[in-house]
Write a protein that binds this ligand. Structure first.
Ligand code: GLY
Length: 366
């Protein structure tokens, strides 16, 4: 094994890998952050930035608690990044309104609100009249709606810009266009194998999102990752013309501070196909227009897609690999933006817990 030049090598520079690298550098570690493409230009760039456990979880689970912990960590995560970099991040706790389009949907929302109360997520019922007062043009409110006051939104592109700057300021070495082919745990740490080199470190983190399975971990079988594609579209509207996030079923609309309004989404398992589907975009615009009718006559100014990191079995995987100084942090599916602060804290704490003796810190699985 060559000279151990790094305390930690992080494979994958999305919001998960970038946040972990930053936290490790804050703890004083020498960190190398590798990405096969460019930092933050895949799922983290594509994500709408809804921070909404109310729409993702219903029954108590370790993952639901982890998500709520991460949501509550967001204000400090954002404030720290802003103060370390001087870069603004569009983060706001505006809440979300989820609309029921039929009596059956309304009953389902009511049942969910009861379960959410058990998770500590407040949900306030809105009658059809309240809703129409708030959103007079809504044309799909056959039932009522719920308001979730703790839901928030963030611009993930702002987070990634700040993470790059914060990492560089703390001497994280960022190498882009460097795909990791394999990671080999050794008696003294790990070797990270790229096309051109074998890099030695005391510890490593596998955080390559949907691409994580393309990195072989020698001597280990790991659950397979795969992309779950989602389309999004953006409209330039008057800033402040939409308050809370609007949701119905798999449709959502949210607005950035500058008026850029995002409508989503879709879900396809078709590999890493980057060709936008006009039919899917048309369907999203039709669904979103039922929530916000002015979108029907609006020309979108941007369309894009991203690859949510799916994983076989139950994701995400945020754990140390038994008997090795390798940590796994992937498979965050629809919740990578939401789960980044808690994931980074957990992995950084795990790696640094036993620093000075060895680096095989452990925690239970999610
Ligand atoms: N987080 C929302 C989505 O994946 O579409």
């Amino acid at each position: 094994m060559g000279v151990v030049a790094f305390d930690a090598i992080v494979a994958g520079a999305g919001i998960i890998g970038g946040s972990i690298a930053w936290r490790l550098a804050q703890a004083g570690l020498r960190v190398l952050l590798l990405d096969a493409g460019r930092m933050g230009e895949e799922a983290s760039w594509a994500g709408a930035g809804m921070l909404a456990p109310s729409g993702e979880f219903e029954v108590p689970s370790l993952l639901a608690s982890f998500a709520i912990q991460s949501l509550r960590a967001y204000p400090r995560f954002v404030a720290e990044l802003e103060s370390e970099t001087g870069l603004p991040i569009d983060y706001r706790r505006l809440g979300a309104i989820e609309v029921a389009g039929s009596e059956a949907e309304w009953r389902a929302l009511q049942a969910r609100a009861e379960s959410l109360a058990g998770l500590g997520i407040p949900a306030c019922p809105m009658s059809r009249e309240d809703l129409l007062r708030e959103l007079p043009h809504l044309n799909c409110a056959a039932g009522g709606a719920f308001f979730y006051p703790e839901d928030a939104l963030v611009d993930p592109r702002h987070i990634m810009r700040a993470l790059r700057s914060a990492c560089l300021a703390r001497h994280v070495e960022i190498r882009e266009g460097v795909g990791v082919m394999a990671i080999r745990p050794t008696s003294r740490g790990v070797e990270v194998i790229t096309k051109d080199s074998i890099l030695a470190a005391r510890s490593a983190v596998l955080a390559a999102g949907a691409w994580s399975s393309s990195i072989e971990v020698k001597g280990q079988w790991l659950p397979r990752t795969f992309p779950i594609r989602g389309h999004l579209m953006g409209f330039q509207l008057e800033p402040g013309s939409l308050g809370p996030i609007l949701r119905r079923d798999h449709t959502y609309i949210l607005q950035r501070s500058n008026g850029f309004t995002i409508a989503g989404t879709s879900s396809e398992e078709c590999g890493f196909d980057r060709v936008l589907s006009p039919a899917i975009l048309c369907d999203i615009q039709a669904r979103a227009s039922k929530l916000l009718p002015l979108l029907a006559g609006c020309e979108p100014c941007e369309h894009w897609l991203g690859f949510r990191p799916g994983v076989e079995g139950k994701g995400p995987i945020v754990e140390g690999l038994e008997g090795t100084p390798l940590w796994l942090a992937y498979g965050h599916y629809r919740n990578g933006i939401l789960l980044a602060p808690a994931t980074a804290e957990r992995v950084a704490r795990g790696i640094t817990a036993n620093w000075g003796t060895d680096s095989t810190g452990r925690t239970g699985k999610l």
